[in-house]
Design a binder for this molecule. Sequence first.
Ligand SMILES: Cc1ncc(COP(=O)(O)O)c(C=O)c1O
Length: 386
Amino acid sequence: MSFDFIRHDVKEQKTKSRYRQLVCNRTASQGKEIIVNGKSYLNFSSNDYLGLNNHVEINKALQEGADKFGVCSSSSSLVTGYHYAHQALEDDVCQWLNKPKCLLFSSGFAANLALFQALGKSEESHFYLDKLSHASMIDGAYHSKAKVKRFNHNNIDHLTKLLNSSGENATDSPNKLIASEGVFSMDGCQAKVLELAHLATSQQAWLYLDDAHSIGVVGNEGQGSNYFADIDITMATLGKAIGTSGAFLTCNEDLHEYLVNFSRHYIYSTAISPAIAWATRKSIELIQKEHWRREKISELSALFSEQLSQEVELVATQSSIHAIIIGDEKKALSISDNLKKQGIWLTAIRPPTVAINSSRLRVTICANHNTKDIKYLAECINKATA
Ligand SMILES: Cc1ncc(COP(=O)(O)O)c(C=O)c1O
């Protein structure tokens, strides 16, 4: 058979308990439940952190955007795909994050590829990535021409050592980029944003933060890592706390101009839906003013760790993401299946998404959960892991 590796690799996934399959579902109870094969489950695997998906005002804005500008941009941005809705959204983001420029992408994955490939134009560029950076950052960095180094997770000393190491003329290079996630997707912990920003300034490097899991959730108005320090370049997906789809990147005027001229992911891709851009403006407005959503996540998160038994290995975080480290892939799957029987949907995260022997249950606590949901979750996890 042609492409023999296809069957072989899939079979191997199954034997390693790493097999993945799509599960068709629909959301219910204002997004906190999902229905799979007619059965309803409390959903603790969603990235709808603020509970904004399906919000009536955002849906209304989506309809209004569709009526005014159409669902489809009908072209790439540089041809005729850049509409008033896109420009208005970019302006809103610039104001919100206090940044000079913003550029929209069809996804966070595309934005990360675009940024690393644009800045990694030649071997004169040096990238320093946190070891737990998202797959799209890693792919973007390694598919570029830059020299790439990875620093130990959240380890500023190690990063400093790498930046100071004289090999490959790195210290003399004017093109240094430090890159990290703002809140890490698989364990929920926060990057040391202030320390990273100071180090970047002292090393004349730029700091790039992927705020996929910080935007909306972190900061007094949900502005993510820029709440703590002035970040040179920030990327945030619209498909998590913001509750729409696509991504934005904020940066200075020069980089904006460069990306518009040279980023293949930007130039050769249809602009995001103008209706979605319009709906996203409404979502950002709600995020800025509805502080109770962030407060609820904090309260419920504190309750969760209080209710869990001492034996459960929980990564302590201030975010919506709470990882329970199980270790073995089979065990993580079996606990996840057990929880399903109790009406809880909690996906087991396994390698290669996380390191071998660190399979985990990734609990996401959202603003639309309540104390009863959290107590029930903790009770079921305590039983299932005992
Ligand atoms: C840290 C991080 N960066 C980037 C992405 C990609 O974003 P998107 O889903 O918009 O492609 C994700 C999400 O899946 C993510 O978790």
